[in-house]
Design a protein around this ligand. Structure first.
Ligand code: ZN
Length: 499
């Protein structure tokens, strides 16, 4: 009977999800409270849990149950469960246990080498590890299979449906529009942002972040915030979705916008239909869609003019020494200053994509064999000069700044830009349905927006793909047009420039 098979499948998947969630708790602990001496023991614990989860998931019986259920399931979520599980199962079983183990070891070594190389500004120390990661990624792509380019097989892990050719075409179009905008902004008078670099009491920053998360609708009965060196969000269940943040005592935006960003990721996970919990459907449908949620709350809400009409009085009151004499409008302009910079995670909304594009080009060239790992610094610096007019003085501020390649995550970077484009498409659709969002933000009302996102994006988890969500909400596919229109309007007004 299909129902018995379905129940059997769900029980097996629930066990796998429990193992994965337990590993995620250990990882969260590793980044927040674990004493440094526990690193070796923790690596063993994580390897054990992940190996068990992988074995249970790729067991023949799971494949047999999936075969037995093909075409026999009626319910929308159950059909999605079979489809998504089949996809994950096929990906997981294409990789041999030997390749998975070699990848895991190479990543662990590369991560340590990257940390040291970055600390000592010594790219040569990282180069052989990067070469090994690239070689194994190629082997992985060949095992997974692809139609046109190796890159597609890796991108598929992070952004199912997307292909290298689509990303390449979208990035070319976007760059052609973006470069003149960046130039026009560089020639205009920049807003003064010196007051953002004053001392901001860390305790008050922390509490302010909690207040805004609460106002956005983050549920602290099903989540918590802690400190970590690199902010992240993680979910162990729909009922336990956590965020971390990092506070800079002398720079306001780091803590505040980092908190809003991770909060946006967490709101997505808290909004998934509880019926999907303990199944593979209980997470974001793609990294791009996930990033659309974080950037929507961070930028489209958190860096908007109406948001600050509501938030500024409390912020000014919390930091009278830094902001006592700073007008609301001056503050709004300062947090939206556009300036070509070296570091991606500190980049403004406009120049951000140029950082992503250069990484996409470099990893594409590494995978197709036209660039050797040893030549990455030269390629990086040439692209930085071409796109942003800057050359990093050190590789630590250049090609060693991001952790992704050391973690074996090649094909991940484009999702940052794809998600940002999606965020404006979704925000426009919400505005169309909800009317005066600006007025709501000015009154600190975020419930209608969150409710809309829950109804159209969050609740489906992985049961709907990113393109299905975009189609349903906007009537079309991924499109850079709305983001460009948003940038022209917002930054044209701030800079009094015609873009
Ligand atoms: Zn993010």
């Amino acid at each position: 009977m299909p129902t018995d098979r379905l129940t059997d499948l769900k029980n097996r998947l629930a066990l796998v999800q429990d193992l994965r969630a337990s590993a995620a708790v250990l990882e969260w602990d590793q980044e927040t409270y674990m004493p440094p001496g526990a690193a070796e023991a923790r690596a063993h614990q994580l390897a054990t849990l992940k190996t068990l989860a992988h074995r249970r998931f790729t067991d023949e019986s799971v494949g047999a149950l999936l075969d037995g259920l093909d075409g026999l399931v009626e319910d929308e979520f159950d059909r999605a469960l079979v489809r998504v599980t089949r996809r994950d199962f096929e990906r997981a079983t294409k990789l041999s246990a030997d390749l998975v183990a070699r990848l895991a070891r190479a990543k662990a070594r590369a991560l340590e080498a990257w940390k040291r190389a970055r600390q000592n500004d010594d790219f040569a120390h990282f180069a052989p590890h990067l070469r090994e990661i690239v070689d194994l990624s190629i082997e992985q792509a060949e095992a997974l299979g692809y139609e046109r380019r190796r890159y597609d097989a890796l991108l598929d892990e992070y952004e199912p449906e997307a292909t290298w050719a689509e990303v390449d075409a979208a990035f070319r179009d976007l760059r052609a529009e973006l470069v003149p905008i960046v130039q026009a902004l560089a020639e205009a008078d920049p807003p003064d942002d010196a007051f953002l670099h004053r001392p901001y009491d860390p305790e008050r920053q922390w509490n302010l972040g909690l207040d805004v998360l609460r106002a956005f609708g983050y549920d602290f009965a099903r989540g918590r915030q802690d400190r970590s060196a690199h902010p992240f969000s993680t979910a162990f269940s729909v009922d336990d979705v956590r965020v971390t943040t990092r506070i800079a005592p002398d720079f306001f935006p780091t803590g505040f916008f980092g908190t809003l960003h991770e909060g946006g990721h967490a709101l997505y996970e808290q909004g998934i239909d509880p019926a999907l919990d303990r199944t593979p459907l209980a997470s974001g449908t793609s990294l791009g869609m996930h990033e659309s949620q974080s950037r929507l709350w961070e930028n489209l809400v958190g860096r908007s003019r109406p948001f600050w009409r509501w938030a500024y009085p409390a912020v000014q009151e919390a930091f009278p020494d830094a902001l006592g004499g700073v007008a609301e409008e001056a503050f709004y302009r300062a947090i939206n200053r556009v300036q070509p910079s070296l570091i991606r995670v500190e980049a403004d909304e406009v120049t951000y994509h140029l950082h992503v594009m250069l990484r996409f080009e470099i990893e594409s060239a590494l995978l197709d064999g036209s660039l050797d790992a040893a030549d990455v610094p030269a390629a990086w610096n040439a692209a930085m000069e071409e796109y942003l007019g800057l050359t990093p003085e050190t590789d630590a501020d250049g090609c060693l700044q991001d952790i992704h390649w050391a973690l074996g995550a090649i094909g991940y970077f484009p999702t940052y830009t794809l998600g940002t484009l999606m965020s404006v498409q979704l925000f426009d659709a919400a505005k169309r349905d909800l009317g005066d969002l600006n007025g709501q933000f000015e009154r600190g009302e975020f419930g209608p927006l969150l409710g809309w996102l829950r109804a159209h994006v969050h609740r489906f988890g992985r049961a709907r793909s990113a393109s299905e969500i975009l189609e349903e909400t906007t009537g079309g596919p991924l499109d850079a047009g709305p983001w460009l229109a948003y940038v022209r309007e917002k930054f044209g007004a701030i800079y009094e420039a015609s873009l």
